[in-house]
Design a protein around this ligand. Structure first.
Ligand SMILES: [Mg+2]
Length: 258
């Protein structure tokens, strides 16, 4: 595949491409080794917000995916700068305790926060969702670290943060600010880091909307990786045309070396 061979750098989705349910996917470690050997720059561009960037880097390294913290552009990490640029409003966080450690510079309040921040969060109850709803009705902005629909774990598909964001948008009539993919500034953040233009990189991911279409809207070729949440008929029903398809990340070094 020409696109992969001529790219000067890569943007990779993580979950469903390099790992799944806390384990490296077959071929992922070799793909990373291949990039290192060839000195090809890349960034992991991930909407994952379950862990902060440091913890994510440690976890990846533990499962054999050796990388530097700087090589991970996560929605949780970029969200900090996003909130600063909004003038550091007081916030209520609907995110994991681990990620919250990175957000300690912002005032946290349940009583009339200026913004609510939603990321991966497994503790939703009706009462908490209703509290978030009331906070938005009282003037809080919705900051969605991402709006993912679902992702794949070993036991099947799992509901992602987007559904909760959508529920609040629907009930309040307010639109969320989205930090991660497919937000253009999220992709731009990775390109600035790599000092490459959209045409010089390729995005590979298992999410048609966030990875493939998100990249394409920014002029970056988007390749769908047929692992993770990929399923038969997904492309046909989406109206999205990936610039390429690969069966799994295990094919990446083969294509790069061919
Ligand atoms: Mg993914």
């Amino acid at each position: 595949m020409n696109l992969i061979q001529k790219a000067k750098g890569f943007l990779f989705d993580l979950d469903g491409v390099f790992y799944q349910s806390g384990r490296a996917l077959p071929g992922a470690i070799d793909a990373l080794d291949c990039l290192r050997q060839k000195n090809i720059p890349f960034r992991f561009l991930t909407n994952t917000t379950t862990k902060n960037r440091k913890t994510l880097q440690i976890k990846l390294t533990e499962i054999g995916l050796k990388c530097f913290e700087e090589e991970i552009i996560s929605a949780g990490y970029v969200g900090i700068d996003f909130i600063r640029k909004m003038g550091s409003p007081s916030c209520q966080f609907y995110i994991t305790e681990n990620l919250k450690q990175d957000y300690s510079e912002f005032e946290e309040t349940i009583d009339k926060p200026e913004a609510i921040v939603i990321g991966d969060f497994d503790d939703w109850t009706f009462d908490l969702l209703n509290q978030a709803f009331q906070q938005v009705m009282n003037g809080a902005e919705i900051i969605a670290l991402h709006k993912g629909k679902y992702y794949k774990v070993d036991t099947g598909l799992r509901l992602d943060a987007g559904g909760f964001v959508k529920a609040l948008e629907y009930a309040t009539g307010q639109k969320a600010h989205v930090v991660g993919k497919p937000n253009k500034s999220f992709f731009q953040c990775a390109l600035n880091d790599l000092r490459l233009t959209p045409e010089e990189v390729v995005m590979l991911g298992d999410d048609l909307i966030n990875d493939v279409q998100g990249a394409q809207k920014f002029g970056i070729p988007g390749i769908l990786v047929k692992t993770g949440k990929y399923h038969e008929g997904m492309i046909e029903s989406s109206g999205i045309n990936p610039d390429g398809l690969i069966d799994s990340i295990a094919d990446f070094p083969i294509i790069l070396n061919s």
